[in-house]
Design a protein around this ligand. Structure first.
Ligand code: ADP
Ligand code: MG
Length: 674
């Protein structure tokens, strides 16, 4: 069968599945299997398990209550089974008429009348219709592209294509892996007698081969990226050691050992004539800003400009204020650029950037805009990198010859994740907090005890400390979220007549936001009511209390980030997680994790286990090859093997590496050529 006969409508559906070449059909592997190789007696059916039964229809009727449905009774030698269909075609009704012999496959469950199957897969069983010899694969597909069609294309591809192995025999033996063709054949056409759990069990050698191939392709493509980057040229940013020591001298603290280490890693990269792409990881409060400032100074003292970008105005503004304070004594004045700047101020800022009067530009997405041109951009620093997509980062890359990039993240990336989805970057980790911090005490409090929490807040504030009150997150509607924030503010204002209270939320005009934050920072406000806009970066050491309303709605990294806003000084701090029952299983698991752990790495690792890499990757998802089959936690051993092999192949057998990449990645051209 050739692809040329396919109608445009079908073709677009096939493309939607990510299939562009015939080999992609071979790589389109089943989600699960159905067992049509045996017949189970109705009397032996077990609730919750899927099985195939065979018998005669002895009753068939359409009922209208509680809703229109087709109900049949299927009788075999042992018992009677109810079959129920809520949507059905006349042809099905005929197939299930009284007296017909039928085979039905479905999940048995205890129904109202006895044991039943809802929407079983039925086929005629007249005569001696043979049973299937092997398991039936069920494929991922999309509306309008039936299983049968998918199977047809796959079988044709399996037959026509030469499924040569991309990996040499010796390597397969080293990892005890079966050949590619044996693996895909077995997974698409399981041999007779192969049981479902044997096939789906993660140790199944055929699946392991596929997962290994996939992980290897991911590693190779990211390595190739990495190597290509090492071939591009960037301005070496020499370290004259003039400005950084000046900054360090006036700081009220000394760098931690971890800060010094990452600072050296970054400095070394900047001096190289190739673009740095380094990810600086450090838990909330670990002190990434000063490290970024020192990197910026290295670029500035070699005569280049620096752009520092943050995902929210609040965070960007805070960086701006901090750096302005730090750099003023060195005679360096940063320029502020954000979307909400007045036109005149914006024009002035872009002019200063374009003419090179500005050495350091700080702002939000506005820095990416096409209208912003840098005279001599040498370094781009991106805070909270996971909030920015690859496209945005590429846009900034286009603004200089080839600036170095420092990406920062307070959401720690578990090792397996760093090894896979971040393999194209270099990673530095600040793995210690500055001294003198007292761990935050976390309390889980049922909403029924809200009053007690009010008292706590009052005590803290009256005692001269400050507190945050984070309003409930409402995913469905921004308007509703805003309304809730306004209501919370009104309620708290009533409850605490003696306190000065501020409110920040996403819809607030920027100068209002900045004014309120500054007032809180200066201690003019006791309590700050806020939406999750304060999630990242806000640094007010005197704030010792954080209340998170409806904590059950928030994600783990969000909770961890929020909690990191307190515990920044020497005083004991509290984080109260107010939750409302009933709790979903996921919410319960999250609250337990955040309650039991303070280490961001551990929290991220558990988050990864709980939900897979999606959330942790954030915007990066659109920029790296995602894994369909392998699971970086379960298959950590394969991941390590693939990483080692990727290096080895690229060095010693590049033709093998490229053949492998071609098989797995050629339908994703972005990853090969970017
Ligand atoms: P984050 O890594 O979350 O961005 P920040 O850079 O905002 O952390 O630093 C948190 C706080 O710790 C800031 O007030 C900062 O000035 C302070 N800080 C940073 N490094 C040190 C250090 N080595 N010793 C003491 N305080 C430090
Ligand atoms: Mg920060």
């Amino acid at each position: 069968m050739t692809l040329t006969k396919i109608s445009p409508a079908t073709l677009s559906k096939i493309t939607k599945l990510g299939i562009k070449r015939r080999i992609d059909w071979v790589l389109h592997l089943p989600l699960r299997y159905e067992d049509e190789t045996k017949i189970t007696l109705i009397a032996d059916l077990i609730g919750g398990e899927t099985a195939q039964v065979e018998g005669e229809i002895i009753h068939s009727e359409v009922t209208f209550r509680p809703r229109r449905s087709l109900i049949c009774q299927l009788k075999d030698a042992s018992d009677i089974l109810y079959l129920r269909f809520l949507n059905f075609y006349p042809s099905q009704q005929q197939q299930l008429a009284i007296g017909k012999k039928v085979r039905a496959l479905g999940e048995a469950r205890d129904g109202f009348f006895g044991i039943e199957m809802v929407h079983p897969k039925c086929r005629a069983a007249g005569g001696n219709a043979p049973l299937k010899q092997s398991l039936t694969p069920i494929y991922p597909t999309t509306a309008g592209l039936p299983q049968a069609t998918v199977q047809k294309y796959i079988q044709a591809a399996l037959q026509d294509l030469e499924l040569a192995d991309t990996l040499p025999e010796a390597l397969l033996q080293r990892w005890s892996l079966p050949s590619f063709s044996a693996s895909v054949q077995a997974l698409h056409n399981p041999p007779p007698g192969m049981a479902e759990d044997e096939l789906t069990e993660w140790l199944c050698p055929f699946w392991r081969r596929i997962k290994f191939d996939e992980l290897l392709a991911q590693q190779l493509s990211m390595r190739v990226h990495y190597q290509k980057r090492q071939q591009r040229l960037s301005p070496p940013l020499l370290s004259y050691q003039k400005l950084p020591p000046l900054l360090l001298q006036q700081l009220p603290f000394k760098l931690t050992r971890a800060q010094q280490k990452v600072r050296q890693e970054i400095s070394r990269d900047l001096m190289a004539p190739h673009p740095m792409q380094r990810l600086l990881q450090g838990d909330v409060g670990s002190g990434k800003t000063i490290v970024a400032a020192l990197a910026a100074l290295q670029a500035i003292e070699s005569g280049y400009q620096v752009a520092l970008m943050a995902p929210t105005e609040i965070l960007a503004e805070q960086h701006f204020l901090k750096l302005r304070e730090w750099l003023a004594p060195l005679g360096i004045t940063p320029v502020w650029l954000s979307g909400s700047l007045k036109k005149k101020a914006k024009t002035l800022a872009t002019e200063q950037i374009a003419q090179g009067q500005t050495q350091l530009a700080i702002g939000t997405h506005a820095l990416f805009q096409a209208s912003v041109e840098f005279a001599k951009l040498g370094l781009v620093i991106v805070d909270e990198q996971h909030k920015f997509g690859v496209q945005q980062r590429l846009a900034l890359r286009g603004k200089g010859q080839e600036p170095h990039q420092l990406m920062m993240s307070a959401t720690p990336i578990p090792r397996t994740l760093a090894m896979s989805y971040y393999a194209d970057l270099d990673v530095s980790v600040i793995d210690e907090l500055p001294p003198g911090r007292t761990p935050v005490v976390t309390k889980l409090v049922n909403d029924a005890r809200r009053e007690e929490v009010f008292e706590r807040v009052r005590l803290a504030c009256v005692g001269g400390r400050q507190a945050y009150w984070v309003c409930p997150l409402i995913d469905e509607s921004e308007t509703l979220e805003l309304k809730t924030a306004l209501e919370t503010f009104a309620t708290l204002t009533e409850i605490f007549p003696e306190l000065k209270i501020g409110l920040v939320h996403g819809k607030l005009a920027n100068d209002e936001k900045v004014k309120t934050m500054a007032a809180f920072k200066a201690g003019d406000l006791n309590l700050l009511v806020a939406t999750t806009v304060i999630e990242v970066g806000v640094d007010v050491p005197n704030a010792t209390m954080m209340v998170i309303d409806h904590a059950e709605r928030m994600g783990l990294s969000q909770l961890h980030q929020l909690r990191g806003r307190v515990g920044r000084g020497a005083a004991e701090s509290w984080c109260v997680l107010l939750y409302q029952k009933p709790l979903s299983e996921l919410a319960r698991a999250r609250l337990k994790i955040i309650f039991e752990n303070t280490d961001g790495f551990e929290i991220a690792q558990q988050d990864l286990r709980l939900r897979g890499p999606g959330e942790l990757l954030g915007a990066r998802q659109s920029g790296v090859p995602m894994l369909r089959f392998a699971d970086i936690n379960e298959d950590a051993d394969l991941l390590e093997a693939a990483r080692d092999l990727a290096d080895e192949l690229l060095q010693q057998q590049p033709e093998v590496a490229h053949a492998h990449l071609h098989r797995w990645m050629a339908n994703k051209p972005d990853y090969l050529h970017a």
